[in-house]
Design a protein around this ligand. Structure first.
Ligand SMILES: NC(=O)c1ccc[n+]([C@@H]2O[C@H](COP(=O)([O-])OP(=O)(O)OC[C@H]3O[C@@H](n4cnc5c(N)ncnc54)[C@H](O)[C@@H]3O)[C@@H](O)[C@H]2O)c1
Length: 349
């Protein structure tokens, strides 16, 4: 059976990941695409197939469409994804799930009521090195993880967005809302939950607009850097740094320090994973590089989403996972604002 797909939002993530991965998938057909900028929609359709719809509502309510990729800007996710689920479509929603907890909850409720697949695009879980790292950790290789550091930084969304300029929506409070924390940080807190099978209990953060200017030459409206201290339910403590001002190579590294050794993921250019045991034994794993803004490889996200749509597996990232990641990032933003650490209750949200 061919799964007919609608893509809403035809910017960079749709062009570099969703559309090519659907177009390459034997069971998928891009049926309709929409973007408020019609040239972008036309360009995507010409390159990867499908018709251009006149509105996102047309795609959401289209009787032929089975599944939707919500690649719209952050402030639209709760409207588009909720409507799509209510209209009986399966949805792959970009991260962050929403800009508010209320919006995120609406999405999760709509998924529960519809019984359709909802997956949030925290694609770091599907990166081969992260999958392998989780297996190694679960095998007990390092013992209990005691402390960690994780980073995600690049030179900024004004180099990535389809509107590659200082007027990008990523810099606007009412559209991006959570700045670098909601753009890059949310990936890393989801990754920590995935790798360690643990929850964040408490967060404390510093954040600032250290360098970025908007199209008027004014400091941007959202943080361009954040550094967090995280305490997990297990008691592990660590740091997480998120930046739009790493003006060289991207940093997507995670280092885990366990009772019996250290695991470095994307921290050494010669090894995707490097394990250094307390015995001195050193293992290097080459399992494939992570996608970067300048080097797009298949993310595996569309395969995983379509497998869930076909009932072959559960969604790799659920709506609840999206809510948990949002809660942690909201707590970090609150901590940066108040100067106090913020506890996240297990049943919060
Ligand atoms: N999973 C990832 O690794 C990853 C990476 C980058 C971006 N994203 C997410 O993907 C989403 C899109 O980001 P992007 O990088 O493609 O940004 P982008 O600026 O390149 O493109 C956004 C597109 O959305 C369109 N848009 C604006 N308002 C819309 C509306 N009301 N309805 C439909 N489309 C609308 C814009 O016209 C633009 O073409 C964001 O939520 C972002 O956080 C995820």
């Amino acid at each position: 059976m061919t799964i007919k797909v609608g893509i809403i939002g035809c910017g960079s993530i749709a062009t570099h990941r969703h559309a090519p991965e659907y177009a390459n998938h034997p069971q998928a057909e891009i049926y309709c695409v929409y973007d408020p900028n019609p040239d972008r929609a036309k360009k995507l359709a010409e390159r990867f197939g499908g018709q251009v719809a006149a509105s996102w509502e047309e795609i959401v309510n289209h009787p032929e469409i089975d599944a939707i990729s919500d690649c719209s800007t952050n402030e639209m996710h709760h409207l588009i994804t909720t409507s799509a689920l209510q209209a009986g479509k399966h949805v792959l929603c970009e991260k962050p799930i929403a800009t508010t907890l209320e919006g995120a909850r609406q999405i999760v409720e709509a998924a529960e009521q519809s019984g359709k697949v909802l997956m949030i695009d925290h694609n770091q879980r599907l990166v081969a090195a992260h999958q392998m790292a989780r297996q190694l950790l679960q095998s007990g290789e390092l013992g209990k993880v005691l402390t960690f550091q994780t980073s995600f930084g690049h030179k900024g969304p004004e180099y990535w967005s389809v509107n590659a300029s200082k007027s990008t929506w990523f810099f606007k409070k009412d559209r991006s809302t959570l700045g670098v924390a909601g753009d890059l940080g949310i990936h890393k807190v989801d990754l920590l939950r995935f790798l360690l099978d643990d929850e964040v209990a408490e967060v404390s953060a510093f954040a600032g607009v250290l360098d970025k200017k908007d199209e008027q030459g004014e400091p941007i409206q959202v943080h361009d850097n954040m550094v967090c201290l995280l305490k997990l339910v297990s008691g592990a403590i660590g740091t997480a740094s998120f930046s739009w001002t790493y003006y060289g190579d991207e940093d997507n590294s995670t280092i885990l320090y366990g009772e019996r050794g250290i695991m470095k993921i994307f921290a050494n250019p010669d090894a995707d994973i490097e394990v250094v045991k307390s015995t001195g034994e050193r293992m290097v794993y080459k399992v494939g590089a992570i996608q970067t803004n300048d080097n797009q490889t298949s993310s595996g996200v569309i395969d995983a989403f379509l497998e869930a749509v076909q009932g072959q597996r559960a969604p790799v990232v659920t709506g609840e996972d999206g809510v948990r990641a949002l809660l942690i990032i909201q707590a970090a933003v609150e901590s940066a604002k108040t100067g106090k650490s913020v506890a996240i209750l297990p049943n919060h949200g």
